[in-house]
Structures are given as C-alpha cells and as structure tokens.
Ligand binder design. Structure first.
Ligand code: ADP
Ligand code: MG
Length: 373
C-alpha cells in the first residue's frame, strides 16, 4: 500500500479580484499541493497563474476563500514568515553583490552567518553546478548561470516549498531544456515540493508530477501529464495541451460511451462521448495528428474519410500533412517522411473512435486561448 499523500498547501474556494466588483483574475480555486510533488500551473497568458502564486507567497491577498499551509491558514502571515523560496523569470540578483553574497543574503535574514553560512553557500553552488564561481558578479555570468544562482538562492534556506514563475522563459530553447532537467534533478535529489508556472505545455509535460490547466482564471483540469494529454477534460485542454485536430460537428446519435457525429461536409464519424452530450448538440471532435492513420485502415476500428493533400511539410524525422476534407475543414497528420505521399493526392485517412473525443462546443473561446497563435 502506498502511503497517503501529505497535503502541504490547500487552496479552498479562493478568488482574486484586483478591483472591487471587477473581473476575477482567479475564481473558484480548489487545489492542493502534496508534499514532495512537482505541480505545474499551465495556461495561456492572463489565465491567473501568477496571481495564484502571488497569493500563496503572500504578495497578494485573496478576495475570498482561504489558503492553508500545513493545515494552518495563511490569512495573516506575512511573506517572510511563509518559508517559501521564489524564482521568477526576471527576479533580479543583487548586482553589486558577488554570487556568494547573493546566496548568503537569505541566510543572513534568517540569522545564519559565518562558517555555517559559508558551508551552505558552497553546498548550494555545487548543487547548481557553479562551483568556483562564488566570487563573480552577476553581470559576469550568462543568463543560464544567473538563473542557476536564482534557483540556489531560493533553495539555500531549505524552504518548505519552492515557487517558480516562468523561470526559464527568457532563455533560448537548448538552455531551457538543459535547465529543465537540472531543476528536475535537484527537485528529486532534495525531495522538494515545487509549484511551477509556465505557459509552455511541453515544459509542463516534461517536468510535472501533476498539472493544473488554467484558463480564464479557473482550473480546467488537474491530473498527471498522461491524464491531461490522453484524457483531456474539455475542448480547451484538448486544444491547449499538445496538438489536436478540432473538428466541429453535430451529434446525430449517442450510444453509451460512443457517439456519432456529422461533419459540415456530411461525413459521419464515431467518437468517444464526454460528459452529457446528446443528439443534436454541437460538439468538437478532437483527434491528435499522431492518431490519424493514412492509407488502408482497419474498417472495424477506424473512422474512414476521404481527403486531399493540401499541404506537405518536411520536418526531417516526419512530415506534416494538411489534409482537406470535402465540404470544408482539414486535418493535420503526421507521417513518416518517406511515405511517398505527394501534394494534391487523394488520401484516405482513418482513426479509432476511442482516440477521438467529442466535447461540448461551448466552453472554448478565443479569449480562453490567450496569446497563443
Ligand atoms: P498569468 O500569470 O496566467 O499570465 P496573471 O495572474 O498575471 O496571469 O493575470 C490574470 C489576470 O489578472 C489578467 O487579466 C491580468 O491582466 C490581471 N492582473 C494581474 N495582475 C494585476 C494587477 N496587479 N492589477 C490588476 N490586474 C492584474
Ligand atoms: Mg504570469
């Protein structure tokens, strides 16, 4: 039997309005963070992720609801008494101090000085692989090294919880991926509890034990990366996490877990029904590019559609096809590069009904997709 997870943080009915009577930046937030887990808040820009972190850190107060740490309400506890480490995208290091002095600063605030502090600074430098750079000034470091110092500074006083808000957002892709694995290594080695914020779905999938997907200030789904990716709770999550073809259609019949959907061109497809959808409802059928098969499919398992290759883009290890449907709409498909498929070809495609989810069409708006293209 696995031991029962221990709850470290609890948001209960938390809401935040920056202006009284104004729009809610965060609403109906019920979320727990378990000790030792890596939980990521994932969502488009403006969806309420930073606001959630700020309330937990104590830099913003909730307008309603309660936040608990170790079962204790945080309502009247100032930030410096919450014992949380924070790393932000542009959380400036003190420019006039050396790296070692930057790291010693949070220790000094807590009354740790002298040989104790020196030993902790050395340990922290080793942890983030910056041995020997303690004497440098921040401006003599690369962007990636500076974020390592910021990370070390957030960890050095052994906080209960580390909050990170897009800490790698300013770095280029290669460095970002390298530091992602460093953060994961350190989290595992120290058994840290991390609440991480990103708008980058691949970063969230890579790092997290669990992900909470945000849109419009509200949590859409909480689950493991696999649950979020394989079983999105609604059309927003299906469209935001990973890539999905989103086909609009109308339900003509529902049979238990399956439903039959008519597309605008008259084609009929089978999908897995989610929630309460019923005949007559407008739905979005979501099917991932990697689950669309080309050529002869097994008729018992697959939806079969006739398409035309409208676009073919070579990506080295695979090619991406935009396959136009008669009557409008198109599907993005991923195929092996050497498939022999050419532009303008007729292309039969198919997929299994259990790979395709029908979601209520309501609930996906341009606004909830944020700045994402
Ligand atoms: P995210 O971090 O997901 O991008 P934020 O929490 O920063 O989202 O913002 C959520 C909403 O709250 C946005 O509409 C944003 O404009 C608004 N907001 C954020 N900070 C403030 C603030 N200090 N004053 C007023 N509105 C704010
Ligand atoms: Mg933010």
């Amino acid at each position: 039997m696995t031991p029962r997870a221990e709850t470290l943080v609890e948001f209960r009915g938390v809401e935040k309005r920056y202006a009284a009577g104004g729009r809610a930046a965060v609403t109906r937030l019920d979320l727990t963070v378990e000790r030792g887990e890596f939980l990521t808040l994932l969502g488009p820009s403006g969806s309420g992720k930073t606001t959630t972190l700020m309330m937990l850190a104590g830099f913003e107060a909730p307008s309603a609801g309660e936040i608990r740490l170790n079962g204790q309400s945080l309502a009247n506890r100032p930030p410096y008494r919450r014992n949380m480490g924070v790393v932000f995208q542009n959380y400036a290091l003190f420019p006039h101090m050396s790296v070692a002095e930057n790291l010693a600063f949070p220790l000094g605030v807590r009354g740790i000085r002298g040989a104790d502090a020196k030993a902790k600074v050395e340990t922290a430098l080793t942890l983030v692989r910056l041995d020997g750079l303690g004497h440098r000034r921040p401006d003599a470091l690369s962007g990636g090294q500076r974020q390592r110092v910021a990370l070390a500074r957030a960890l050095i006083f052994e906080p209960d919880l580390v909050l990170m808000d897009e800490p790698l957002g300013a770095l280029d892709r290669q460095l970002r991926e390298h530091l992602q694995s460093e953060i994961k290594r350190i989290q595992r080695a120290l058994g840290l509890t991390v609440l991480y914020v990103t708008h980058d779905q691949s970063e969230a999938l890579t790092l997290s034990d669990r992900i909470a997907v945000f849109a419009d200030g509200a949590v859409q789904q909480v689950g493991s990366p696999e649950q979020i990716y394989e079983y999105p709770a609604n059309a927003f999550v299906a469209g935001f996490v990973g890539e999905n073809n989103m086909l609009a259609g109308t339900v003509v019949a529902r049979q238990d877990e399956q439903c039959t959907i008519r597309l605008p061109g008259g084609q009929v497809v089978q999908a897995t029904a989610t929630g309460m959808i019923a005949a007559g409802d407008d739905v979005i059928a979501a099917i991932r590019p990697e689950h669309v098969e080309t050529g002869a499919c097994h008729p018992a398992h697959c939806n079969m559609l006739d398409t035309r290759v409208d676009e073919l883009v070579y990506h080295g290890d695979h090619s991406r096809i935009r396959a136009g449907l008669d009557g409008g709409g198109s599907l993005v498909i991923r195929t092996p590069s050497q498939s022999g498929i050419a532009l303008s070809d007729r292309l039969p495609v198919g997929w299994c009904a259990d790979r395709c989810f029908a979601f209520p069409a309501a609930g996906i708006t341009d606004a909830s997709m944020g700045d994402r293209p």
